[in-house]
Ligand binder design. Structure first.
Ligand SMILES: [Zn+2]
Length: 318
């Protein structure tokens, strides 16, 4: 494997294989028509560069900050592909960054699946912050007017500001950095038995209706010698919950992030939650709960391990 290939990896289990095939076909076609003479190594490299570019907007299609986008022009890409020893600036950066990860959930700088405005929120000045607040307040005022309220009556006077602040809190996960969260809490213990933290309270926001969904998350993993501080698991769950989410992706994000920062033998995440968008509107099923799970590594490959986890968290007893 050449160093230019390093950031490339098989797409996560959630990636559509059809997409992969398509990509492959596209690459093959290109190499046939334009670079017939190139050797296998070069086309593998082209594949790699292409896959890296693809990876940045793939899987759950995260919206990314434009400053994170690769700056390679198509012309430059080809050049990189041909000269396998010469690394492009992007590849070089990838190479030198230890946490340049193949994961769709954590970016190279430790920000977890940053969205379009993550950096704007992180880097903003006091004036920009005030400007953001004014815009949000205006928007909430409009909403109040649109539902037929009088935003100037006493009870609602401070509501736009309160709601804006609340919304920024509900989505503070966008700004959290997984490196700060994990912060030296990985210990080489030589422990290889299952560890479970169950009933972690999770509050998130449904990205389809902007109303909360709340519930409990159960996280289990089997270490590969290294263990993570127990309290970090709820913090990782929170990091991904405090943003606009769907439960399926939240479950997957948490599992993938733990897999990535800890490199255990396996991770299992189960989440049960109640969606206000279901309870208060739509089908109005007040007692239903939605269960999602994501199992990786040995939890995926060994039924016995998976069942042990499920019976310990008590999900399959109900
Ligand atoms: Zn919803």
């Amino acid at each position: 494997m050449t160093s230019a290939d390093a950031p490339v990896r098989p797409e996560s289990p959630s990636a559509s294989s059809a997409n992969g095939d398509q990509k492959h076909r596209k690459n093959r076609k290109r190499s046939r028509s334009h670079r017939r003479a190139d050797d296998d190594n070069a086309s593998a490299n082209a594949n790699g560069t292409h896959a890296l570019a693809e990876r940045r907007s793939s899987v759950s299609k995260p919206a990314r900050d434009f400053r994170d986008m690769p700056e390679l022009s198509p012309k430059k890409k080809k050049k990189t592909a041909k000269a396998s020893s010469a690394l492009s600036p992007i590849d070089a950066a990838a190479d030198s960054s230890l946490t340049r990860s193949p994961s769709p959930v954590i970016d190279f700088d430790g920000l977890s699946r940053p969205s379009l405005g993550t950096r704007a929120r992180l880097d903003e000045t006091a004036e920009q912050k005030a400007e953001r607040m004014e815009r949000m307040k205006g928007a909430v005022r409009t909403l109040l007017e649109c539902v037929g309220e009088d935003p100037d009556r006493e009870g609602l006077l401070a509501t736009p500001e309160r709601y804006a602040k609340a919304l920024l809190f509900f989505t503070k996960g966008y700004q959290d950095n997984i490196r700060d969260v994990v912060n030296k809490a990985i210990f080489q213990e030589g422990h290889n038995e299952m560890i479970i933290v169950k009933d972690i309270e999770v509050f998130s926001m449904c990205e389809h209706h902007l109303v909360p969904f709340t519930g409990k998350m159960h996280i289990g993993y089997i270490p590969n010698n290294a263990v993570i501080g127990i309290s970090k698991l709820p913090r990782i769950a929170d990091l991904f919950a405090r943003r606009l989410q769907i439960q399926e992706r939240l479950t997957k994000d948490v599992a993938n992030a733990i897999m990535e920062v800890l490199k255990p033998q396996g991770v299992a995440v189960v989440m049960e939650s109640s969606h206000l968008c279901m309870v208060m509107r739509g089908v109005e099923k007040t007692t239903s709960s939605t269960i999602t799970s994501c199992v990786l590594g040995c939890f995926e490959s060994k039924e016995k391990t998976r069942n042990e986890f499920l019976s310990l968290i008590g999900v399959n007893r109900r």
